[in-house]
Design a protein around this ligand. Structure first.
Ligand code: WTA
Length: 635
């Protein structure tokens, strides 16, 4: 038996030890007993972190949608696969059964084929959280096309960059989206983006807000009539284990976003296995993850992981604050949600509201609470535990990344005793290591260092689309023979991990990863700006907010600083999206630099955090005098 479902701590340790001692046997058993293969593998694992090259279940053939849909039809055909909860609570929720999902995915897959999409082609999906989003991912997977979902809050420039980076020929979008009281013109954003994407010849448009939009002849088509005309059966393409399933972009410390490439078999096995255990999902449970499918959390734990287990997964279109801050609890009550998975930034925003918004709802269905995306602070953890879980539902603080594909360090509920702010223990098969700055592994407990993983796991990203060298440089070069996460962590006296935050130039704002370089590049395009530097500072809801230091060109042309601040944020919104707007902008005459010309961000960070007691030795700077000046004018 592969211990697919772990139920107590002894069993966790026993299975964990096995997964480390005999990883190949362990994963082979999981894969064999719980999935549907067209052909079994020849080799479970081959790997070499120096190249880096990792292959799981090589030689196997499968289609992930047969695992997520077809194989449930005989036993769960009438079970709800997806509950779609619309933005507006007065609109009726939609329950899509496995049978209906099967038909809708097949129709969509046939439309893609009719439109000329072939195995291996990249399809960009820019949709709000409506059923077509989940269905379009699965439709791509059905025919072996590689989906590249771009979060529908990204700007046209960011969308265009991502479309061009992986040469998408098709974009799937909608006439618009609802977010709380607002309606957003998504199609307009796509039109703007496509002005710089000559490769896109085909745009499919789902109807959601019934707005009057521009349809470009020969390029744009309404989706629904095509679906209505399509057959409800579509043979699943037989894919190789290592064929790419999708590309998902994440921010890096520098320039261009990184298109992380995930492959099929390993991703499926790991997301399904983690889902089952981390949420202790039982057959009739209703599971809800509040993330957007535009992020990895939505890919792995709204779509693939839950469906591979035949679960009922909720998709919520709206926002936590509409029509009021009780919306999440209203949905929990309405659909009797058993597992609820959200982000610390949402918890903090909800904790600021009055308790009457929680108390008027029946939350007794809840069994497990999850957190993801950034470290959860102690106060938020306790609020969540006391008021939502009523001290009965364990909190799983799950640490992982776009790159890791699935949850890596996490408690298993009712198995691992939790500890506030600790992601606790590595999941089965995960071998973390903490490294010091000289590249030495820190053994034993009560140590703090850089978090690495020293052995491959099935759902790790295989490369960066079109740039394998960058994949190697970013993740496999800092520490020999190890995957470097970019995070710092400590291991306490019992071996529990606590993630301390990013150690690179990525800042997590409201759970979104933002690289400082792309934001600085955007700001520097403003004609009045000579140079800029972005750092993070603590924010009570967003976790971190952005602080920009900006040097103006001395033209005298722009004297109205408030206006300039607006323009700078406008440029950022256009280039990246509103999520990257700066909370504070300080105009300054200079930036502290080392003698080699590198900006000393450590100093800027401390000033932005108003922690100037220990700035360290600034005398070696090229321009030590600017430090005092910056401190005097801090925002
Ligand atoms: C951070 C999200 C602390 C971390 C799944 C990581 C966390 C980055 C946690 C990845 C957590 C995620 N505790 N930090 N439980 N979960 N992070 O790619 O810095 O959007 O490297 O993936 O978020 O963010 P990404």
């Amino acid at each position: 038996m592969s211990n697919y479902h772990i139920k107590h701590l002894e069993e966790y340790y026993q299975v964990y030890r096995k997964s480390v001692r005999e990883p190949e046997n362990f994963w082979e058993e999981v894969a064999e007993e719980h999935f549907m293969w067209q052909k079994k593998w020849d080799n479970v694992l081959s790997w070499d972190f120096s190249k880096p090259e990792v292959k799981w279940f090589e030689g196997a053939q499968l289609n992930i949608t047969e695992n997520c849909i077809d194989r449930h039809l005989s036993t769960r055909g009438d079970k709800t696969a997806i509950i779609f909860e619309p933005n507006d609570p007065s609109e009726t929720a939609e329950h899509i059964t496995y049978k209906q999902l099967h038909e809708r995915v097949n129709q969509f897959a046939n439309v893609l084929k009719d439109q000329g999409v072939k195995r291996g082609d990249r399809v960009c999906i820019y949709l709000p959280m409506i059923p077509e989003l989940a269905i379009s991912l699965l439709a791509c997977a059905r025919i072996g096309a590689i989906h590249s979902v771009v979060f529908a809050g990204f700007s046209s420039t960011a969308l265009a960059t991502r479309i061009n980076d992986c040469d998408c020929k098709m974009v799937i979008t909608s006439d618009g989206s609802y977010r709380g009281a607002k309606a957003i013109d998504l199609k307009g954003i796509v039109d703007e983006a496509l002005e710089s994407c000559p490769g896109v010849t085909n745009v499919l448009v789902a109807k959601r807000i019934h707005s009057d939009i521009n349809m470009k002849a020969g390029r744009d088509q309404w989706l629904q009539p095509l679906l209505d005309a399509a057959s409800t059966s579509c043979k699943a393409e037989v894919m190789d284990a290592e064929d790419p399933l999708f590309i998902l972009y994440t921010s890096g410390s520098t320039g261009q976003p990184k298109g992380m490439v995930h492959s099929t078999a390993g991703y499926m096995v790991y997301t399904a296995y983690t889902f089952k255990n981390v949420f202790q999902y039982r057959e009739n449970d209703v599971y809800w993850c509040t993330a957007d499918i535009g992020w990895i959390t939505g890919h792995s734990y709204i779509v693939y992981g839950p469906l591979a287990n035949g679960s009922t997964t909720v998709m919520f279109e709206g926002v936590p604050s509409y029509p009021d801050f009780g919306r999440f609890w209203d949905i929990v009550q309405k659909h009797k949600v058993n597992q609820f998975y959200t982000a610390p930034t949402a918890i903090r925003a909800l904790a600021k509201q009055g308790m009457e918004l929680v108390e008027q709802y029946d939350l007794t269905s809840l069994k497990v609470l999850g957190s993801v995306g950034e470290p959860i602070n102690e106060e938020a953890w306790h609020w969540y535990n006391d008021n939502i879980g009523k001290k009965k539902s364990p909190i799983v603080d799950t640490w992982w990344q776009t790159e890791t594909g699935g949850i890596m360090i996490t408690p298993i509920p009712f198995v691992t005793p939790t500890k506030p702010t600790y992601a606790t223990l590595p999941f089965i098969g995960i071998q973390p290591a903490l490294m010091d700055e000289n590249g030495k592994e820190l053994k034993g407990n009560q140590v703090e260092g850089r978090l690495c993983i020293k052995f491959p796991w099935p759902s790790m990203a295989r490369t960066i689309w079109g740039n394998h060298q960058r994949y190697k440089d970013t993740y496999f070069s800092a520490f020999e023979n190890k995957y470097f996460t970019g995070d710092g962590a400590l291991r306490d006296e019992v071996g529990y991990y606590r993630i301390t935050g990013r150690v690179d130039d990525v800042i997590i704002v409201s759970g979104h990863n933002l690289g400082t370089a792309p934001i600085e590049d955007a700001i520097n395009e403003h004609p009045a700006v000579a140079e800029s530097a972005i750092v993070g500072f603590p924010h009570d809801v967003k976790g971190n907010a952005l602080y920009g230091y900006v040097i103006l060109k001395d033209t005298g042309e722009y004297r109205d600083h408030n206006n300039l601040r607006k323009e700078i944020n406008q440029i950022i919104t256009e280039h990246i999206g509103p999520i990257a707007k700066l909370d504070k902008i300080q105009f300054t005459k200079g930036l502290p630099k080392t003698r080699s010309g590198k900006i000393m961000r450590r100093i800027l960070r401390k000033i932005a955090q108003r922690d100037t007691s220990n700035l360290g030795d600034t005398s070696t700077l090229l321009n030590p005098e600017v430090v005092q000046d910056i401190m005097d004018n801090v925002k």
